[in-house]
Design a protein around this ligand. Structure first.
Ligand code: NAD
Ligand code: MG
Length: 345
């Protein structure tokens, strides 16, 4: 058994893991297919991570507040965050749980979507990721990691607030992957505004387009390509149940995602297509440092959870894998919380 690990031990552990792990190349399409820089080499010792499978104290497993005050222009890059988020780059180990599957993940460049993309590839799935063109530096790293897992990686940048792009996104993913079995509707817009009087129609519209309309458009386009055994996973939030006063528009969309998930699961149950949602608590991702939280709130981000720290994207990966896998064949219409000790359901 491993003793409790203090935050200072994290980098030493990371170095050991890097020297233990071996990665090999695969395939990729899209603009970034040409990139061949080893991702671990790029990221060096700034990454904070641990062997997730070793028994350890989750309270001290990852960085705790206070965090350095920081902000980025939206949509933000994981590569510019301090500390850098852990998406499981050096820790996630697959066991063929998604062998041969084909997955499309929106917001797959960073945060929770990146953690799912890495895990899916290491579990044997080919993976297409969507992201905004401004996020290319993050996306390059993910594509490289999927290739290192010897799976096909497809980069599909574009803005999902546009219905035609959403249709094209699914068509491109299906063509490049040769089908589709798993859809992760994960991209989102979150921008903190203290008063309804300052919440513009433009922001309200953008939040709803990104978080709800795109999920509707992409799911609708993907459905004709699904056969029994396919899985849809939507990223909701604890905000669905306990909405913050400064996230009036965002929280509504996260509640609607729960409803969409449960309703669609009833529609698709007899077809053998499962639909579930994940409701994370505070997670250390670009969403939060690019307007999702006021910079002052970031310093204590995650402090109010029972574990006293935010989650890292890597800590969500297993749930996305389980929900995509045939192992959870009877789970549909459910919402899975990952929130450090509090939150619903
Ligand atoms: P993230 O910033 O890493 O991911 C969000 C992604 O959304 C971006 O990478 C971007 O590619 C994508 N996106 C945003 N607008 C887009 C657009 N118009 N077109 C295409 N892509 C667009 O942050 P994250 O926290 O990993 O977010 C992933 C999901 O997790 C979101 O649904 C978010 O609501 C949810 N979530 C996050 C937290 C948290 O604390 N970080 C908590 C609960 C739920
Ligand atoms: Mg991103």
């Amino acid at each position: 058994m491993k003793p409790d690990i203090k935050p200072n031990d994290i980098e030493r552990e990371h170095t050991n893991l890097c020297s233990r792990r071996r990665f090999v190349g695969g395939m990729a399409t899209g603009i970034i297919a040409a990139s061949a820089t080893p991702v671990l080499g790029q990221q060096g010792n700034s990454r904070q991570t641990l062997d997730q499978t070793a028994k350890q104290n989750p309270v001290t497993q990852y960085p705790r507040p206070p965090f350095r005050r920081q902000s980025q222009d939206w949509p933000g890059l994981a590569g510019k965050m301090t500390p850098r988020p852990d998406h499981g780059e050096t820790s996630y180990e697959g066991n063929g749980r998604l062998a041969g599957r084909k997955a499309l993940i929106t917001g797959g460049d960073s945060g929770i979507g990146r953690a799912a993309a890495i895990a899916y590839a290491r579990e044997g799935a080919d993976v297409a990721i969507n992201y905004l063109p401004a996020e290319e530096p993050d996306a390059i790293e993910v594509i490289q990691l999927i290739r290192e897992a010897e799976r096909k990686a497809v980069a599909l940048p574009g803005d999902i607030r546009d219905e035609n792009f959403c249709k094209q996104l699914v068509a491109d993913a299906v063509r490049e992957l040769g089908g589709l079995d798993i859809l992760v509707n994960n991209a989102a817009k979150q921008h903190s505004v203290n008063s309804i009087l300052d919440l513009t129609t433009e922001q309200f519209d953008a939040t709803f387009k990104t978080n709800l309309y795109a999920m509707f458009w992409i799911t609708k386009a993907a459905l004709p390509h699904f056969t029994a055994g396919a899985s849809i996973i939507n990223t909701s939030s604890v905000q669905a149940y306990n909405p913050s006063e400064n996230l009036l528009d965002y929280a509504q969309t996260k509640a609607a995602i729960v409803s969409f998930t449960k309703s669609l699961a009833k529609q698709l149950g007899e077809k053998g297509i499962r639909v579930n949602a994940v409701a994370p608590g505070p997670v250390w991702t670009p969403l939060q440092v690019s307007g999702g939280q006021p910079p002052s709130a970031l310093e204590s981000f995650g402090e109010n959870t029972p574990m006293g720290r935010p989650g890292q994207p890597a800590e969500l990966a297993a749930v996305y894998v389980t929900l995509a896998s045939q192992e959870s064949s009877y789970a549909s219409g459910q919402v899975y919380g990952v929130s450090g000790g509090s939150g619903n359901p």
